[in-house]
Design a protein around this ligand. Structure first.
Ligand SMILES: NC(=O)c1ccc[n+]([C@@H]2O[C@H](COP(=O)([O-])OP(=O)(O)OC[C@H]3O[C@@H](n4cnc5c(N)ncnc54)[C@H](O)[C@@H]3O)[C@@H](O)[C@H]2O)c1
Ligand SMILES: N[C@@H](CCO)C(=O)O
Ligand code: NA
Length: 436
């Protein structure tokens, strides 16, 4: 089947990520979607930059209207941002019968009602996974994964820029302004960064989540919005001494009297997972009556993380647009005739790092023998700890952390170490995952 043709409006931070990831993973994405997905037209005011990014693989124009007018294009991605031109483009793409994918939470939180109504009437889809918590599939989770539940509340760190600023101020003692500049340089901040630091961006996202969670219209004008600009460094310190972290949270909650929708700095107990979400990372906690508490964590901003969500929407739309039975969401994510025969590795070929604990005789040369065996096997040591032997004790514990190595190699080294007369009990091995 012919590839579905996509037009991209705006090839800046997110747009360029979408173009790159779609190129890089095109084969795998095609096996999932059941059909190729190709960006054949790009509109950007900076056509020279757009040409440099697309490298001749798409037609570049200056005016998005040319893209929308092209009858071969089935999906339009809006990644310009803001209200004016973006709103006009989205509305005219819908009017032209195109499906729309957008990351523009500002537009949806304020003009969502008008946009979704128009799309509904025209029978096209407007997808916006990238608009809330970037790469985290929170829209999918709320709209599909949690449909059984009466959602009780949602609380999240949903602005990467402010979380980055708070983390940098706390950990590195950086000034607010310096941290903000870094966030802008890294592509996290909005075109107008006051949207980030004054809590507006988080409120846009909370507004969208609140609509999906509670079945209410998007109502940004009802949100309480307070950012981080009035936070004093000493409050961050005092909160810390009391066992709390200060985070900018977006909260929406169902109460007997109505729905709460608010964004403001909040003290969160330091032992909560969400209190330990640092840098530009986002995390959203959703409480449903059946499932209980669930947590979604990941990159909420940046070029490729956000592109990840945009492309997921493209795949969803492609499957639905193509809409014959063979192209519905496949049971195992890939189309049945596209399954791969790639093998599952035996455990001995798995590469990981290790924690090793051994009971050893407390005598000279033991450590040299153990490290000698590891060195000969090419296993490098990351950290080492030896418990001091107690008074009159003849043995002690030796603990080693290693760098990554093939499990088969580690098995042989453990067997050799176990054979040493000075190793007095079976060696304990626990695999160690950095998960970063
Ligand atoms: N950057 C992120 O991490 C991130 C994450 C989630 C969502 N978003 C949203 O994605 C959207 C894009 O953000 P970005 O960071 O990629 O912005 P950006 O400023 O990097 O890119 C916008 C692009 O649009 C182009 N453009 C401006 N006016 C245009 C017009 N009239 N016609 C065609 N092109 C035009 C610009 O030249 C630029 O290349 C925004 O809605 C933003 O809120 C961004
Ligand atoms: N400016 C936003 C981008 C992602 O929506 C943030 O910092 O989270
Ligand atoms: Na998302």
């Amino acid at each position: 089947m012919k590839a579905i043709q996509v037009g991209l409006l705006g090839i800046g931070t997110v747009g360029s990520g979408v173009f790159k990831v779609l190129q890089r993973n095109q084969e795998e994405i095609k096996r999932r979607a059941g059909r190729g997905i190709e960006i054949t037209m790009v509109a950007d005011l900076d056509t020279a930059r757009a040409e440099a990014i697309t490298g001749g693989k798409a037609k570049v124009v200056k005016d998005g209207r040319e893209v929308i007018a092209n009858p071969d294009i089935d999906i339009v991605i809006e990644l310009i941002g803001g209200y004016g031109i973006a709103r006009e483009m989205v509305m005219s793409a819908i009017a032209a019968g195109k499906h729309v994918v957008t990351a523009n939470k500002a537009l949806l939180a304020v003009h969502g009602t008008e946009i979704f109504e128009a799309a509904h009437k025209k029978g096209v889809m407007v997808a916006f996974e990238a608009a809330v918590a970037g790469g985290i599939p929170i829209i999918k989770a709320l709209r599909e994964g949690l449909t059984a539940n009466s959602i009780q509340w949602i609380a999240g760190i949903i602005n990467g820029t402010t979380n980055f600023i708070l983390s940098e101020m706390r950990d590195k003692g950086l000034d607010f302004d310096v941290a903000l500049k870094d966030a802008q340089r890294l592509g996290y901040a909005e075109a107008d960064p006051t949207f980030d630091i004054e809590g507006v961006d988080a409120a846009h996202k909370a507004t969208i989540m609140s609509a999906i969670a509670f079945g209410i219209p998007v109502q940004f004008d009802k949100a309480y919005v307070e950012g981080i600009t009035k936070l004093a460094a000493q409050d961050i310190k005092y909160a810390e001494q009391l066992g709390y972290r200060i985070k900018l949270l977006g909260i929406t909650k169902r109460t007997p009297t109505g729905i709460e929708l608010r964004v403001h700095p909040s003290l969160v107990p330091a032992k909560r997972l969400i209190a330990n979400v640092e840098g530009a990372m986002n995390a959203v906690v959703v409480q449903g009556d059946a499932v209980g508490t669930t947590l979604y964590y990941g990159k909420g901003a940046g070029s490729e993380p956000t592109a990840s969500a945009v492309i997921a929407d493209l795949v969803d739309i492609t499957r639905l647009h193509t809409a014959d039975a063979a192209h519905r969401v496949p049971h195992l994510a890939f189309q049945p005739d596209q399954m791969s025969s790639e093998k599952v590795l035996p455990m001995s070929d798995v590469v990981t790092s290790y924690y090793l604990r051994m009971r050893v005789a407390d005598e000279a040369g033991v450590l040299a023998k153990v490290t000698g065996i590891l060195a000969a096997a090419g296993i490098s040591i990351d950290a080492m700890l030896q418990r001091e032997a107690g008074e009159g004790e003849k043995q002690t514990d030796l603990i080693l952390l290693t760098h990554s190595v093939r499990e088969g190699t580690m098995n042989e080294a453990i067997a050799q170490m176990q054979g040493l007369p000075t190793v007095l009990a079976p060696i304990t091995r626990i695999r160690k995952e950095e998960l970063a």
